[in-house]
Design a protein around this ligand. Structure first.
Ligand code: NAD
Length: 285
């Protein structure tokens, strides 16, 4: 299978989406403005396939072919017109996303999408010439391990675009849910609620982070506790989402002061080595 798949932003999500798309046979262009992050992401996807070879999941030839299908680009201007798919995965900021999406639309993709966790698709579509071709493709972290793809249908999204997104989910090996365009969609609204309350509980001294997490894992059968999940997602990412949801639904989503303080102190979770837990070499201590 062939086709061209462009991912904008080679952060936590962008590299995972690039990995899955290349594994599904797409020629992937990974657009990243920070050269170090870009090079790091390409290295990381190579390591993931390497690990796959060691585990017997794919052959060394397949790993090489997958790696060769990923090309790093320094900007959208370097992307030729007419890709099948563009997924925008830059930080969760409306102005930044809008400007990236306008630039992405000018590359004339068949399907234009955003991996936003919480910003309404209608707001992101403002300023696009072809909002009918645009929707949300909300992947989950880590993209290679998480089966869910939340397809977010904006008010201007054409039915054919949604159908194309459902077909794309199948090709990428993902299981889709189609949701209406409401802030936080189905997943973030519920997941962030739990995360924010767990952070307030830490601040209140209800229990240690590990015990709050254990309570949800053993008591409610969650595969991972809300604080560890916050560390995995990134405290800065969760803070951005909380602020977006606060603007939409009011102060029930107001970020707890502890979250704001931790982000200001650079405690961003797994990616910075410190969050509610200490992380070394990507492993929780
Ligand atoms: P991240 O900060 O890890 O990565 C974003 C990347 O985009 C960075 O490498 C940054 O340099 C790059 N970037 C910024 N401006 C750019 C531009 N103009 N062109 C190209 N690259 C640019 O963020 P992330 O955690 O990968 O999140 C990306 C998006 O995915 C956000 O909208 C977030 O809400 C959403 N999301 C995140 C998660 C998660 O668990 N982290 C899960 C689902 C959805």
């Amino acid at each position: 299978m062939s086709g061209r798949f462009v991912v904008v932003g080679a952060g936590t999500m962008g590299l995972g989406i690039a990995y899955v798309a290349a594994g599904a046979g797409y020629a992937v262009e990974l657009v990243e403005v920070d050269p170090e992050r870009g090079a790091g992401a390409v290295r990381r996807v190579g390591e993931l396939w390497e690990r796959g070879v060691q585990r017997g999941k794919l052959t060394a030839e397949q790993a090489t072919a997958n790696r060769e299908r990923v090309t790093l680009r320094a900007g959208l201007a370097e992307v030729a017109e007419g890709p099948d798919v563009i997924v925008e995965a830059v930080p969760e900021r409306l102005d930044l996303k809008r400007s990236v999406l306008r630039e992405a639309e000018a590359r004339r993709p068949a399907l234009l999408s955003s991996n936003t966790s919480s910003i309404p698709i209608a707001e992101l579509a403002d300023g696009l010439d072809r909002p009918a071709d645009f929707l949300g493709l909300h992947f989950f972290n880590p993209v290679w391990a998480m089966a869910l793809l939340e397809i977010v249908v904006g008010p201007a999204t054409a039915a054919g675009t949604t159908e194309a997104a459902v077909a794309l989910a199948g090709r990428l090996g993902k299981d889709p849910v189609v949701v209406r365009d409401m802030p936080g969609f189905a997943t973030s609204r519920l997941g962030v609620t739990l995360g924010l309350e767990a952070i307030r509980m830490v601040a209140d001294g209800v229990a240690a982070p590990a015990d709050i997490d254990k309570a949800m894992v053993l008591g409610y059968r969650h595969p991972v506790g809300p604080l560890e999940l916050t560390d995995l997602v990134g405290l800065d990412v969760r803070l951005d989402i909380a602020r977006t949801l606060q603007a939409a639904y009011g102060d029930r989503f107001a970020p707890p002061p502890l979250l704001v303080e931790m982000v200001a102190a650079g405690k961003l979770g797994k990616k910075s080595g410190q969050g509610f837990y200490t992380w070394k070499g990507g492993v929780k201590q």
